[in-house]
Design a protein around this ligand. Sequence first.
Ligand code: ZN
Length: 85
Amino acid sequence: MGLPSQKRTKSSKRRRASHFALKKTSLGKCPQCGKPQKPHHACAFCGSYKGKTILTIKTKKKTLKQKEQERKSQKQNKKSKKTDA
Ligand SMILES: [Zn+2]
């Protein structure tokens, strides 16, 4: 087995590791929705690229609780409308 011939000093290790940090990604603004967008990529929020919609974005499915709440709020709105008229 190959063994390192000399000990790697702290400083030599650290000097090497000084280049390991990740760079920040530069984000532009989507011309359609204005949200941050990777350059040369379709927008992740509206799916547009160069002014055309290319991707169909899947939205999160609503949970049963959210659906029930929506129904309740709709029912309440209907009742309030009836009482107003
Ligand atoms: Zn967009």
